[in-house]
Design a protein around this ligand. Structure first.
Ligand SMILES: Nc1ncnc2c1ncn2[C@@H]1O[C@H](COP(=O)(O)OP(=O)(O)OP(=O)(O)O)[C@@H](O)[C@H]1O
Ligand SMILES: [Mg+2]
Length: 224
């Protein structure tokens, strides 16, 4: 069982897109998955309902009666993986969600604002780990990078800047592709509908790196 959260206080960084892809990838691999939607626009339920292969994925959202901690526990009792999509701001709910997570992924586009938000989010995950008093695996993911072989200087610069702040950046990056932008209205989801294609392979490489991080963290916890 794993709880995977997409967090970044900077809005529009790619959290929801990556949460959708992660759910689709898990479904494509035959794994049971549920989602918790903390994005105020509640995009996940609408998206899953529009894709036949994802229509049965359970999505919960907190309200006055349903606290984040209760919802996470309930979803985790019914699915092997719970994917949490946070809002682009820090709130009590985002802190609780992070403290309950096994892995937090911090998407960061190629901008100064995303870098600042990324570092702020990284510190929040460190704090969540101190609150939870257990290891929370975490990584920054570069988003909307040039998808060709040539990586522009800004990406190398930002990778180094994160490294200097002590943040781990995934080797794989989420390339800038129209298919991700159009996914929610085109109903075409590469991890489901075009496995083996460039976009799906790009996401699969990210997914594999995230699963390896989760495994390392749980081995460390078991050894502790
Ligand atoms: N790899 C990508 N290639 C092209 N477009 C992308 C990519 N990732 C995200 N986008 C686009 O960037 C925009 C913001 O993405 P998304 O909604 O996933 O961010 P978010 O972090 O969830 O935003 P918010 O903080 O508002 O919830 C969307 O229009 C999305 O389609
Ligand atoms: Mg979002």
């Amino acid at each position: 069982m794993a709880i995977i959260t997409f967090a970044q206080v900077k809005g529009g960084s790619g959290k929801t897109t990556l949460a959708k892809c992660t759910v689709a990838e898990l479904v494509a691999r035959g794994s049971s998955v549920a989602a918790l939607d903390l994005d105020p626009n509640r995009p996940l339920g609408r998206f899953f309902a529009s894709i036949p292969e994802l229509a049965s994925v359970e999505v919960a959202a907190p309200d006055q009666q349903h606290r984040v901690s209760t919802l996470v526990r309930e979803l985790a009792s019914r699915a092997d993986t719970v994917v949490i999509d946070l809002m682009g701001a820090a709130t009590n709910d985002t802190q609780v969600a992070m403290a309950l997570s096994d892995l937090v992924v911090v998407p960061s586009q190629m901008s100064e604002e995303d870098f600042r938000g990324g570092i702020e989010t990284w510190r929040q995950v460190e704090e969540a780990e101190a609150i939870a008093r257990r290891r929370i695996a975490r990584a920054v993911l570069m988003v909307r990078t040039a998808s060709g072989a040539v990586r522009p200087r800004v990406e190398a610069f930002l990778r180094e800047a994160y490294r200097k702040e002590g943040a781990h950046v995934l080797t794989a990056a989420f390339g800038d592709r129209t298919v991700w932008k159009e996914m929610s209205y085109a109903g075409w989801v590469p991890p489901l509908h075009e496995r083996g294609g460039n976009a799906a392979e790009n996401f699969a490489a990210i997914f594999d790196e995230l699963m390896a991080l989760l495994e390392t963290a749980s081995a460390d916890t078991a050894a502790a």
